[in-house]
Design a protein around this ligand. Structure first.
Ligand SMILES: *Cc1c(COP(=O)(O)O)cnc(C)c1O
Length: 483
């Protein structure tokens, strides 16, 4: 306790809102309402979390005023001493935490981190050899015809990633994304019977396709990936193994994913977000071997805008938190909770894809309830349960309506939820979905969007959700007064 009986966190956020209110009260309102909304919803969105007050506060300051293109000690701007310290500290924490040779903490998001990685690999494996062959050091010194040839070969490379409907990410070569336009791309999927990764299939496609880049990592796959085997496959075909651990970086940091399942140990390059299971600010990061480091460090201004020093400061704070012993307990609990959630759902006869989970997420196939993912997502939201719809492998309803909902435990685990609460949540989800049926469209055909929930269900489940949330206050150290 400090002066006036308030914790420093309360004082900090209250004062901040006061200052904002003087200029644009509607924004102060929105910020305050967001806290209220977060406190009162049961957040099962697998990609979200709650960052600590220290992580949030590290972003709201004058580090934001500084331009710092370039890297530590080699900036295109003067006066970057403090930004240099911030970036150095963040990178040092990242290297220590993940056991990486090099860490690049500038990417503004996960997608940006992937772009940095793709261009770094292209620079290392295509551009540099071309420059060496032509006897020049800099692309600017290439003759017009050599430059044209280099550009053509940069655009003629192959990428192999996990398919979107098996749980991959749109930046892993999906056609509407820039990655699908930059590269010739092919996908590997999961075994239709088990829902698990089929490494023999990956190897077979890789042998035939011979990609420059093999991408592993996912947004909606509930099992472990054996990165040692993926590296063997990449080495066999001469590919660079890139792992996008955006979703599960917190589980790597917390040493739940170790040995064969630790991407940093096996990949040539690892990309991540910092705001998902890692519980940092919104942002991205690249970890790599020393031989890729000089190429990765050219991310800004190659594909990134100027670094965000305030966000790098916040990343440093989050990474420092993740190096504390409590974070390992947190990561373990995230997985225990996901397992308990899957088991609870199985106990109700529900059908999680692959029959369960080894990580932080459960992919629930809602077709046994006769619903689309879109209907299930909306019905659950009516009852105060926040999830997002997601395709299941070989989804009959496509990427818009889908046949599943994705459930993740990182956020609720931060809030303090344990396995007993997960069993209760499984019951709530099943209660809602069992009592929801598809509606009909105006022309009388079965709808993929409309649904009918039995009367009273939303209110009853909503009441139980409120009770659950009340037991685990969010940001208890922050009291804004009023609500
Ligand atoms: C979330 C995610 C991203 C994108 O992160 P943003 O910060 O939203 O750009 C990239 N890859 C994977 C696997 C993700 O899950």
């Amino acid at each position: 306790m400090t002066i006036s009986g308030q914790l420093p966190e309360s004082l900090a956020f209250r004062s901040g809102l006061e200052v904002i209110k003087r200029i644009e009260p509607r924004i102060a309102d929105a910020i305050e309402s967001e806290l209220h909304g977060q406190r009162n919803s049961l957040k099962l969105i697998a990609s979200e979390n709650y960052a600590s007050p220290a992580v949030l506060l590290a972003m709201g300051n004058w580090l934001s005023d500084k331009y710092a293109e370039g890297t530590v000690g080699r900036r295109f701007y003067a006066g970057c001493r403090n930004v240099d310290s911030v970036e150095t500290i963040a990178a040092e924490h990242a290297r220590e935490l993940f056991g990486a040779g090099h860490a690049y903490v500038q990417p503004h998001s996960g997608i940006d981190a992937n772009l940095v990685a793709y261009w770094a690999i292209l620079a290392q494996r295509v551009e540099r050899p071309a420059l060496i062959r032509s006897g020049v050091r800099n692309v600017n010194d290439l003759s017009e015809s050599d430059w044209a040839a280099l550009r053509a070969s940069l655009g003629d490379q192959r990428l192999l990633g996990m398919s979107l409907d098996a749980g991959g990410h749109l930046t892993h070569g999906y056609r509407p994304n820039i990655s699908g336009k930059m590269f010739h791309q092919r996908n590997y999927g999961t075994d239709p019977k088990t829902g698990l990764l089929d490494y023999d299939q990956v190897r077979e496609i890789a042998r035939e396709f011979r990609p420059l880049i093999l991408v592993a990592g996912y947004s909606a796959f509930p099992r472990l990936v054996n990165f040692r085997v993926m590296r063997e496959i990449a080495d066999e075909v001469g590919a660079t193994l890139m792992v996008d651990m955006a979703h599960f970086a917190g589980l790597v940091a917390g040493k739940v994913m170790e040995g064969d399942f630790d991407p940093v140990r096996h990949a040539n390059i690892v990309t991540t977000t910092t705001h998902k299971s890692l519980r940092g600010p919104r942002g991205g990061m690249v970890l790599c071997d020393d031989d890729l480091a000089p190429f990765v460090d050219r991310g800004c201004p190659l594909v990134l805008g100027g670094p965000l020093p305030h966000v790098m400061a916040s990343k440093a704070v989050a990474l420092a938190e993740a190096r504390q012993p409590q974070f390992r307990a947190y990561a373990r609990q995230v997985v225990d909770n996901a397992v308990a959630l899957a088991e609870g759902l199985l106990g109700h006869g529900a059908r999680p894809v692959t029959g369960g989970t080894d990580n932080h997420l459960v992919l629930l196939d809602v077709t046994p309830y006769g619903l689309t993912g879109r209907q299930a997502e909306a019905a659950l939201l009516d009852a105060g349960i926040v999830t997002n719809r997601n395709t299941v492998p070989q989804d009959p309803n496509g990427a818009w309506y889908t046949s599943g909902v994705r459930l993740g435990t990182p956020a609720l685990t931060t809030r303090g939820f344990g396995t007993a609460e997960m069993a209760e949540i499984a019951d709530l989800i099943d209660t809602v979905l069992r009592q929801t049926a598809p509606g009909t469209d105006t022309d009388g055909t079965p709808s993929k969007v409309r649904y009918v929930m039995q009367e009273g269900v939303a209110a009853e489940v909503g009441g139980r959700v409120t009770e659950l949330l009340a037991g685990f206050p969010l940001y208890p150290e922050v009291d804004l007064g009023g609500r």
